[in-house]
Design a binder for this molecule. Structure first.
Ligand code: SF4
Ligand code: SF4
Length: 449
């Protein structure tokens, strides 16, 4: 038994401590101007792609719905600027395949004003009406998952939700967009939390923030006090700065001390987890009856001259963002969308910023390549010690090399791997374990269908 339980930091077992590199945390969010042309993929969320509501040649105004949701697991898309629809055609996506996209030519005179909005009194909305309003706003998980937010909050009736866990960890190195939102928009965050609590029927919300962002904890505490809300129903708590503290299951363990069962979801133990960025935007958009047209993106890395957090209109081509932020010689650089641990390399600079893009990181390609020389496994077990899910990545890696995919799934619980990358990060042999696991999962999924 520890002698000092009161000083023990809230955390989970294992994980890693990568360098934070959060140099952009100290500067206010800036606004990025409109690109002359925006690309809006119909599939920028998990679920069915949206269905176009416009045709080529049609004029639209900022905030106007230009594609509707196709069923429950889908969200609409809104015009990010005033302009004219140029085409609806296949365009490259960040993952590689070309996807159907709406191309908008932006009027030079387009302003930041959103003219398509229907303000509403949120206090009179029922939980079902709140969910509908969230779907109509086009909101998805802005932490990177891009899962439709209304669907995440619509827990089946057999699961009684008692707690909304609000993820303010931002444990990925380099990313600071959530940190800035917590500092600059704590009131919007509280408004979004209240809406989400009502939608799911939760009696309390706990905001978990890593203890390297105590200024954000203070800003939220001050906003709670100012709002007259008691700390009993909305509370903010610091958790240990450790990767992947922001993973749903890890944060639930850290804050509530309970495990989400293997193969289960937080809702199975009465908890729903939402990201601070998503809730802050909901708190702003829902009362105004507006759709999601922009998001905060961290643009940083050694290859960026003007690093910072920016309000970026959804649909802005990556090339335009990088030109604006001063990325020199983009051809010699490696561009990562999201954080360095779980993000993905971009196949083309012509891909746009979509709703799930939290960061654009620019690294030196040559440096990364020299880091990537792969050696045989030396059985050091560092990966086992790092895996927050208690898996055996070394064994999984050996099975992947032998293409023993079934055994990876049935005996070594590959399905519990959520691809955090801790094993790859600590491996002294630079074995691309998480990349192997992604391939294995894809093959197993393919066999199951
Ligand atoms: S990527 Fe998977 S196996 Fe590797 S540490 Fe994370 S959860 Fe464990
Ligand atoms: S960390 Fe790498 S070298 Fe060490 S046991 Fe795991 S796979 Fe092998």
């Amino acid at each position: 038994m520890t002698l000092f339980p009161f000083f023990k930091r809230k955390t989970f077992s294992r994980g890693v401590h990568p360098d934070a590199n959060k140099s952009t945390a100290g500067n206010p969010i800036r606004r990025m101007p409109f690109a002359s042309r925006m690309i809006l993929p119909l599939a920028q969320h998990i679920g069915k792609p949206a269905v176009p509501l416009v045709r080529a040649g049609e004029e639209v105004v900022r905030g106007q719905p230009i594609a509707r949701a196709d069923g429950f697991l889908s969200v609409p898309i809104h015009a990010p600027a005033d302009g004219v629809i140029e085409s609806i055609e296949l365009k490259p996506s960040a993952r590689g395949p070309w996807v159907e996209s709406i191309v908008l030519r932006v009027y030079e005179a387009s302003t930041q004003e959103v003219r398509w909005a229907t303000p509403r009194d949120v206090h009179t909305l029922s939980p079902r009406e709140i969910l509908q309003a969230i779907q109509d706003s086009g909101m998805v998980g802005l932490g990177g998952a891009a899962f439709p937010s209304h669907a995440k909050l619509a827990a089946p009736p057999e699961y009684k939700i008692h707690t909304l866990v609000v993820n303010g960890c931002e444990c990925e190195p380099y990313l600071t967009c959530d940190h800035r939102l917590m500092l600059e928009y704590p009131e919007d965050l509280l408004d979004g939390i209240r809406l989400a609590m009502k939608a799911v029927g939760a009696e309390r919300a706990i905001i978990g923030v890593e203890d390297n962002k105590m200024d954000a904890v203070a800003a939220i505490r001050a906003a709670i006090e100012k709002s007259g809300h008691s700390a009993c129903d909305i509370d903010v708590q610091a958790v240990e700065t450790k990767y992947p503290q922001g993973a749903e299951k890890m944060l639930v363990k850290s804050l509530l001390g309970v495990e989400v069962p293997a193969g289960g979801l937080p809702m199975h133990i009465g908890v729903v987890v939402n990201n601070v960025g998503t809730l802050a935007l909901l708190g702003s958009l829902i009362p105004q009856g507006k759709g999601l047209t922009e998001r905060v993106v961290t643009v940083t890395g050694p290859g960026i001259k003007k690093p910072g957090d920016y309000w970026v209109p959804i649909g802005t081509p990556m090339r335009t963002v990088l030109e604006w932020a001063g990325a020199a010689d983009a051809g010699e650089r490696e561009i990562i969308l999201g954080g360095p641990m779980m993000g993905q390399a971009v196949a083309s600079l012509d891909v746009p910023v979509t709703k799930g893009v939290s960061g654009i990181l620019v690294f030196d390609k040559l440096q990364l390549e020299s880091d990537r020389k792969v050696w045989p496994c030396i059985k050091c077990s560092e990966c086992v010690k790092a895996c927050p899910m208690g898996l055996n990545p070394s064994m999984l890696g050996m099975l992947a090399a032998q293409r023993e995919y079934e055994s990876m799934g049935s005996t070594y619980h590959l399905g519990d791997c959520f691809e955090c990358g801790c094993c790859t990060y600590v491996c002294p042999s630079h074995i691309p374990l998480v990349q192997q696991f992604r391939v294995a999962k894809g093959i197993l999924r393919g066999k199951a269908t």
